[in-house]
Design a protein around this ligand. Sequence first.
Ligand code: SAH
Length: 216
Amino acid sequence: MAGSIGLDFRAPRRRLVETLQAGGISDLSVLRAIEMTPRHLFVPSGVQQRAYEDSPLYIGNGQTISQPSIHAHYLQLLKLTGRERVLEIGTGSGYQTVLLSHLAEQVFSVERLAPLMERAKVLFRELGIRNVSTLLGDGTVGWRDYAPYDAILVSAGGPTIPNPLLEQLGEGGRLLIPVGAKEEQVLVMMTRRGSQFERRDIGPVRFVPLLGTHGW
Ligand code: SAH
């Protein structure tokens, strides 16, 4: 299977990259990761034809895969160099996890829904991804065993910023999380400076709810 994965949908994937570039994504490593990642494998087979449109798609279990431009903006904000340890909360389809695997050294990804995690793990295996570790559980408490992280990305929106995630950031580490109401949130970036955190509000976003001890 691995041999043909990269070739399928190559032209639409290339067009998506061009659309993202025209929309202000200039980080070449982010664009390359998107060009390398077969998004059609991460969406239900009935909507594969739409996998390279810049739109969110339903992935089952009440969850959605975000719009590619959201992933691209998110990842561009993190300015990853390839040497980071990254924690992702909300594996979902696993699409963003694979993008991260191309942009960081080691990815730790937590998902609370077993069917989604199982499907994502199959894809990681089929794509030959070796630097991703997964955990089924509540990501609002982070993943203490492998902390500290250089970056933490939360793919679901919570009412507040979970303290365990701040605690698990290393020096200079960045946490990206949508915070606010269930229907709409503000994307917040927190950067650790010693014992302090610098907060930057990026802009309005709409994510599925972050459920759990430090979520809804
Ligand atoms: N980035 C994902 C988007 C998935 S949607 C993708 O590319 O497909 C957000 C995911 O967060 C859902 O799968 C949901 O089940 C998960 N989620 C919500 N609360 C969570 C929690 N406390 N811990 C782990 N995962 C959580």
